[in-house]
Design a protein around this ligand. Structure first.
Ligand code: ZN
Ligand code: ZN
Length: 355
C-alpha cells in the first residue's frame, strides 16, 4: 500500500470521501513534493495534485500516482471542478488552514462538497515510520553522534555558548545536513536551568555543567539528542541531579515497547525523579515523536493517552532544572520495534568531562 492508500483507509474509518492536504510537510509525506506551493486531494478514489507554474516540472519529477493539475492563479481555484457527482465529505486540516483560507475554499467549492475538520489524519500515518524512514532517522542521529565526538575534542571552556552553537550548526552542514532540525541549545552554568535556553555571548566556565541539545536535518528527516557535559568539578547538587536523570532516562528508555501508553512511559522516568524529591524540577514531558519534523506525534507525557506502536520514533528526555544553579537533560532518539526498541542515539551517557 502506498502512503496515499493508507490515508484512504483512515479516511474511510472517519466516513470521509477525501482529504485536502495543504500543510507542506504533510504534502511532502503523501505526494513526495518538496516545493513550497502545492495541494493535494487524496481519497480511496481520488489522487489530485495541484501546483502553480513555477513547480510544474518539479512536480512531474517528484509526484507519482497523482493527476497533476496546474492552477491558473491561486491553488484553491482548481478545486472549483473535478468532483464526483453527489455529496462529498472533504476533510481539511483545521489545525493549519486559516480562517481566511477556509472562507476562500468555501467560496470556491461546489455546495455539495462539505468541509469537515480532520486535522491529524496524515500526522497519525506519519507517526508510524516505514523501514526507509527509520533508516533516515538513524543516519540523522548518527550525524549528531559524530558532532558530539567533535565537540568533545574541540573543548568548551572559554568559548561562548553562541560560538559553540554556531560552530555545531556549521559542522552539521559540512557533514551533509541541510541544517539543524531546530535552533541548537548550548546552556552552561545557571542558564542550564532553562529547558529551552538560547545560547548567549557568555563564555563557558570551568567546573560547571553544559547542556547541549541539538538535531540535524538529513534528507528531510530530523534527529534530536541532548547531552550534558561537565567542564571540571561541578557542584555536588548538580552531580547528584545528573546521576538521577541518567537513572530515570535509562529506566524509561529500557521500558519503551509497543502497547505501553505514552503516560506510562513518562511515569517510568517521572516516578524516579518524584521519589527523589525533584518532581517540581522536571516540568516538561518525557518525549515526543520525531520524523520529517523535530516535534510530531506521538507524545510521551502525563496527559498522553495514546499507546506506543511498532514504527513510532520518539525521544526520551527527562531533565532536572534547579533555578539559579543549573540543569541536566539527557535525551535519546529511539524507534519502537515489534520486540521492543532500537536506540538510535549512540553517544555515551556517563558524565563526560570536556575541558
Ligand atoms: Zn532535544
Ligand atoms: Zn526533544
Amino acid at each position: 500500500m502506498t502512503r496515499a492508500d493508507r490515508i484512504g483507509v483512515r479516511l474511510a474509518a472517519d466516513e470521509l470521501d477525501a482529504l485536502l492536504v495543504t500543510d507542506p510537510v504533510n504534502l511532502r509525506y503523501v505526494t513526495g513534493f518538496s516545493g513550497s506551493s502545492g495541494l493535494a486531494v487524496v481519497g480511496p478514489d481520488v489522487r489530485r495534485f495541484v501546483t502553480d507554474f513555477r513547480y510544474v516540472e518539479q512536480a512531474k519529477a517528484e509526484v507519482g500516482g497523482f493527476a497533476l493539475e496546474r492552477a491558473a492563479q491561486q491553488l484553491h481555484e482548481a478545486l472549483k471542478d473535478g468532483w464526483s457527482d453527489g455529496p462529498v465529505r472533504l476533510g481539511f486540516d483545521d489545525a493549519s488552514v486559516s480562517v481566511q483560507a477556509h472562507a476562500k475554499l468555501r467560496e470556491t467549492l461546489p455546495g455539495r462538497v462539505e468541509l469537515v475538520p480532520a486535522a491529524g489524519v496524515v500526522e497519525a500515518e506519519r507517526a508510524i515510520k516505514e523501514p526507509g524512514e527509520a533508516e533516515a532517522l538513524r543516519s540523522a542521529a548518527a550525524l549528531v553522534d559524530d558532532i558530539y565526538a567533535w565537540v568533545a575534542e574541540r573543548g568548551l571552556v572559554g568559548r561562548t555558548e553562541r560560538s559553540v552553537a554556531v560552530a555545531i550548526e556549521h559542522e552539521m552542514r559540512l557533514r551533509g545536513a541541510s541544517g539543524p532540525s531546530f535552533p541548537s541549545i548550548v546552556a552552561s552554568g545557571a542558564h542550564g536551568a532553562l529547558p529551552h535556553a538560547q545560547p548567549r555571548d557568555v563564555e563557558i566556565a570551568r567546573d560547571t555543567l553544559v547542556t547541549i541539545d541539538i538535531g540535524a536535518r538529513l534528507d528531510g528527516y530530523c534527529s534530536d539528542c541532548t547531552r550534558t557535559f561537565s567542564t571540571g568539578r561541578p557542584p555536588d547538587d548538580l552531580l547528584e541531579a545528573y546521576a538521577l536523570v541518567l537513572r530515570a532516562q535509562v529506566r524509561a528508555l529500557d521500558g519503551v515497547k509497543p502497547g505501553l501508553a505514552g503516560r506510562e512511559v513518562d511515569a517510568l522516568a517521572r516516578d524516579i525523579i518524584d521519589a527523589a524529591g525533584h518532581g517540581e524540577h522536571f516540568g516538561h514531558s518525557l518525549g515526543h515523536g520525531v520524523g520529517l519534523q523535530p516535534h510530531e506525534a506521538p507524545r510521551l507525557a502525563r496527559t498522553a493517552a495514546g499507546r506506543l506502536a511498532a514504527g513510532h520514533a520518539v525521544t526520551v528526555e527527562p531533565g532536572i532544572y534547579l533555578p539559579g544553579r543549573g540543569g541536566v537533560r539527557i535525551e535519546d532518539l529511539v524507534v519502537v520495534t515489534e520486540e521492543g526498541r532500537t536506540v538510535l542515539s549512540q553517544t555515551d551517557k556517563q558524565l563526560l568531562t570536556v575541558g
